[in-house]
Design a protein around this ligand. Structure first.
Ligand code: SF4
Length: 79
């Protein structure tokens, strides 16, 4: 399981999440930040500081937001 960054991050790119992540698993993509689901330890620190409420626990994603987990997996698999 992991936390996932969703649509409100697009064009906001606030980046507070990057500063607080204890395992350094958040990276900037083309138009949003992504959390590496293979490294995230589910601490929730990023969710607490996101100013646009873009971050959700994987199990709390609405069906239309599940694509953002797939985008994150794809982003990190291409490194
Ligand atoms: Fe990093 Fe914790 Fe957010 Fe996972 S839940 S991305 S470990 S700050």
């Amino acid at each position: 399981m992991a936390f996932v960054i969703t649509a409100p991050c697009k064009n906001e790119l606030a980046a507070e999440c990057v500063e607080v992540c204890p395992v350094d698993c958040i990276e900037k993509g083309e138009d949003q930040y992504f959390i590496d689901p293979a490294i995230c330890i589910d601490c929730g620190a990023c969710q607490a500081v996101c100013p646009v409420e873009a971050i959700y626990y994987e199990e709390d994603l609405r069906p239309e937001e599940e694509v953002y987990l797939e985008k994150a997996k794809e982003f990190f698999s291409n490194r």
